[in-house]
Design a protein around this ligand. Structure first.
Ligand code: 1GP
Length: 256
């Protein structure tokens, strides 16, 4: 197991649930990016994910991440939208397969192409396998990755995919409602997913309020990702992180 994965696992054991901040270099200039990254670390985020669906390439990532690394000590994990979203400056890379994409490119072909680059150029970049399921609103990522986005009203289909991730033994599963989604993944769906899947469960998309973060963590999410809130209402972040830890604590007590 790589260093970042080990750290994440330890943090989840310690806290029950942890928070990760997502920063999109396409949405902010480099100064703001670094400022928000520092703010995320101060607010208690356990790591920073960097990526977005559009407008990011290796040069931009190298530049943004190098600057950020000077200022923060929590791990920086790439959240790639495509093949040009790899940077050797990061600590790790989510190696993503989009479970419900209709286009095999997002299921395995991009990964096949990326693998050769990782092997040849970025041998030291830690990769963390991640099954990614786009649900609810789906956001830009739903369009870009050509996913057959599953509405929350079809919980049984969502849970069938969760079971598939269980039997495929993916160590990490991300329930993604899409950045800026109007409604986040409902806690009952998180709760059921938790019952069916034993790996690390990540939930993100549309989480803007501490109460929502608390409910989702309590329902069983190991990692909660927020992106938009740090850009739009940075003052809320600390409360959200605290809520994740509070919810995680309850989840931990219940599981004991
Ligand atoms: C998107 O789940 C993340 O990949 C974060 O979404 O921007 O809505 O917090 P938000």
């Amino acid at each position: 197991m790589g260093r970042v994965r080990e750290y994440i696992t330890r943090e989840i054991e310690r806290r029950g649930s942890i928070h990760i901040t997502l920063l999109d270099p396409d949405k902010v200039d480099i100064e703001t990016f670094v400022k928000l990254g520092k703010h995320a670390e101060d607010a208690g985020s356990s790591a920073i994910m960097v990526g977005g669906s559009l407008g990011v390439n290796e040069r931009i990532l190298d530049e943004y991440i190098s600057e950020l690394k000077r200022e923060v000590s929590i791990p920086i994990i790439l959240f790639p939208g495509n093949l040009s979203s790899i940077s050797g400056k990061a600590d790790a890379l989510w190696f993503i397969t989009v479970l419900n994409s209709l286009n095999t490119y997002y299921v395995i072909e991009a990964q096949m192409q990326a693998s050769v680059i990782l092997y040849k150029v970025y041998r030291n970049l830690e990769t963390i396998p991640l099954a990614y399921l786009i649900v609810g609103d789906g956001g830009a990522v739903g369009f870009v990755s050509n996913a057959r986005v599953i509405p929350f009203s079809r919980a049984e289909i969502i849970l069938a995919y969760v079971l598939a991730a269980r039997y495929l033994e993916y160590p990490f599963l991300y329930l993604e409602a899409g950045s800026g989604a109007s409604s986040p993944v409902p806690p009952p769906i998180v709760h059921k997913s938790r019952e069916l899947y034993n790996g690390v469960l990540i939930v993100g998309g549309g989480i803007r309020e501490p109460d929502t973060a608390y409910e989702i963590a309590r329902a069983g999410a190991d990692i909660i990702v927020t992106g938009t809130v740090v850009e739009k209402e940075p003052e809320k972040l600390r409360k959200i992180v605290e809520a994740v830890h509070r919810g995680g604590n309850e989840k931990k007590r219940r599981d004991m």
